[in-house]
Design a protein around this ligand. Structure first.
Ligand code: UT7
Length: 330
């Protein structure tokens, strides 16, 4: 039974961003595109790309180590490793288990959660249930993706959009006023085909044909996704604010999933928020899928903006379609 008056909090955070920077000018040499098109249509200027030898768990481990260090904890102090990803090291075992191996933790549960770009917020909600019901005391939640390895680098409609990165949260029950105040989540599987990686599962098992038809890469009907993203993220944040008993004007910072600056601006406008309150890093990292929100939150803290009491609204949308929002008092 979840304690109704309880809250979970983010005890510490960590991130990892690969060193290699790929700029729009670099992309101009790879596909028929331009810095001008990418900038005006998406707001992206550059993104990070994982090294050839790096796998998803490597990025996740780096972010996790930083979060553990910052909390003064050791891997054995955790109760659960929960990884949100859409680009796992292997279909199985889960990336969470590979991360457990690399962190050399004691035995503990570890599993992946797949919910498109919404994964980290879904993870926060799952962790809340597990912590407040007493199943776990301390959860390591990681959002990590290496989309560059599942991107068709000949498809200009997708390859200019994505980047690689990781963020990690150590989650515990809150002992003060801070923490996760409310959330809202949803999905509509009937629209799944608009954003998918069709090959390699049981629907289209890997074959010469799936490789030839580039089915092991991200396929997206960008325009359709765009419309649904704006609608669902806008609605979802209002629902979560309502559950928290807060008005949109009480939001100090809005962290929307970073897919496209035009989507981010549209949500900020819908909520009638001062642009300074809307967190943007899509220009520097592109769409890192599940890593966008943890990296943005981490950077906000690094900038010294997360004073106690600040209200942070986070909202995401992704493949599935899935969407979720979370209201957090720092
Ligand atoms: O993270 C999960 C959620 N994902 C998203 O939220 C992504 C949502 N979608 C988007 O961000 C936008 O739809 C895109 C950035 C993907 C595309 O922007 P758009 O304004 O919807 O463009 P479009 O797809 O309607 O394409 C407009 C034109 C087309 O040419 P024609 O048919 O008008 O001649 C495209 O072929 O732009 C062309 N185009 C490009 N031109 C130069 C598409 N990609 C490129 C490119 N460079 N990279």
């Amino acid at each position: 039974m979840v304690k109704k008056d309880g809250k979970i909090k983010i005890r510490s955070m960590g991130i990892y961003l690969p060193e290699k920077v790929l700029t729009n000018l670099d992309l101009e040499k790879m596909v028929e595109t331009s810095d001008e098109w990418i900038t005006t249509r998406t707001g992206i200027k550059e993104r990070r790309i994982a090294a050839e030898e790096q796998v998803t768990s490597d990025l996740g481990v780096a972010a996790a180590r930083q979060a553990l260090d910052r909390a003064g904890l050791k891997p054995e102090d955790l109760d659960l490793i929960l990884v949100a990803t859409n680009s796992p090291d292997t279909l199985f075992p889960s990336t969470a288990c590979w991360i457990q191996k690399k962190l050399s933790t004691r035995e503990m549960p570890a599993f992946d959660l797949q919910a498109g770009c919404t994964g980290v917020l879904y993870g926060l909600i799952v962790a809340e249930g597990l912590i407040l019901s007493g199943v776990c005391r301390r959860v390591l939640l990681i959002g990590v993706d290496i989309l560059s390895k599942i991107t068709n680098w000949e498809d200009r409609t997708t390859c200019v959009l994505f980047g690689d990165g990781a963020g990690a949260f150590i989650l515990e029950e809150s002992d003060d006023d801070s923490g996760l105040l409310s959330h809202f989540w949803g999905a509509d599987g009937s629209l799944g085909e608009l954003l998918m990686l069709p090959g390699g599962g049981t629907l289209h098992p890997a074959s010469e044909q799936t490789v030839k038809e580039k089915m092991h890469y991200i396929h997206m009907k960008g325009n359709d996704v765009f419309k649904h993203a704006v609608k669902r993220m806008g609605e979802s944040i209002l629902e979560a604010l309502k559950s928290a008993g807060l008005d949109k004007h009480q939001v100090d910072f809005l962290i929307p999933h970073q897919a496209n600056l035009r989507i981010i601006d549209a949500i900020g406008e819908r909520l009638d928020l001062d642009p300074e309150k809307v967190v943007v890093n899509v220009d520097r990292y592109g769409n890192m899928s599940v890593a966008t929100i943890p990296v943005a939150l981490y950077e906000l803290q690094e900038e010294g903006k997360l004073q106690p009491g600040k209200i942070v609204a986070m909202v995401a949308f992704g493949a599935g379609f899935t969407w979720a929002s979370a209201i957090y008092r720092w």
